[in-house]
Design a protein. Structure first.
Length: 183
C-alpha cells in the first residue's frame, strides 16, 4: 500500500516539475520559493501589525511569531530528522531543478508548514484576507515542488502540520484574549 502512495507522489511530482514546466513558471517560481525574497513583505507586515493594527494587530504579530517558531522547530528539528526522507533533487534523475537543492531533509516541507501556519493565524485575526493568505501559502508550497526540491506529499504534510499547530495556538490564545472587534 505504501508503494502505491509513493508512486502517486512521484507521478504528481513529475507532472508538476516536468509536464507543466514553462518559461514563465521557470522564472517566477524560483523567486517565489526563495525565502529572502519575502523579507521585505514580512518586515512591512510586522511594522503594519504593530503600528497600525492596534491591540489585535500586536496580538496577531506575537501569535504569528509564536506559531512560526513552534512550527519550524517541530518540523525541522523533530519530524524531518526522524523521518529522513531525501529530497527529490537528491534521489531522482532528470528533474527540472531551478534552485539549489538544499542540504536538509524533505518531509515535511518547512516552507509549507510555516506558510500555512502564518495563513491560519492571520486569517483568524483578519478574515477578510483569508482567500489571499491561503492562496499565497498554496503558491509557495506549489513552488517547492515545481522547482524540484520537494515531493507533493512533503508540502501537503507540511501545510497540514502548520495549519494544525496554528489552530492549537489560536485555541490557547483564545482562552486568554478576546479580539477587540468581532470577526
Amino acid at each position: 500500500m505504501i508503494n502505491f502512495f509513493i508512486q502517486i507522489d512521484l507521478i504528481i511530482f513529475y507532472f508538476i516539475n516536468i509536464t507543466i514546466s514553462n518559461p514563465v513558471f521557470d522564472s517566477v517560481m524560483p523567486f517565489i520559493t526563495e525565502l529572502k525574497n519575502w523579507y521585505l513583505v514580512y518586515t512591512l507586515l510586522f511594522i503594519w501589525l504593530f503600528w497600525k493594527g492596534g491591540k489585535n494587530g500586536r496580538i496577531a504579530a506575537l501569535t504569528l511569531i509564536l506559531a512560526i517558531v513552534v512550527t519550524d522547530q517541530i518540523n525541522s528539528m523533530v519530524l524531518k530528522d526522524s523521518i529522513g526522507r531525501l529530497r527529490p533533487c537528491i534521489t531522482l534523475d532528470n528533474i527540472n531543478l531551478l534552485t539549489s537543492c538544499g542540504a536538509g531533509k524533505s518531509f515535511p516541507s518547512s516552507h509549507a508548514a510555516n506558510s500555512f501556519a502564518a495563513a491560519a493565524i492571520l486569517s483568524f485575526y483578519y478574515r477578510q484576507y483569508k482567500i489571499v493568505l491561503y492562496t499565497i501559502a498554496a503558491v509557495i508550497s506549489f513552488s517547492r515542488v515545481y522547482v524540484g526540491v520537494h515531493y507533493p506529499a512533503d508540502v501537503v504534510a507540511g501545510g497540514f502540520l502548520g495549519f494544525m499547530i496554528a489552530i492549537i495556538i489560536i485555541s490557547i490564545i483564545k482562552l486568554y484574549y478576546r479580539p477587540v472587534k468581532p470577526f
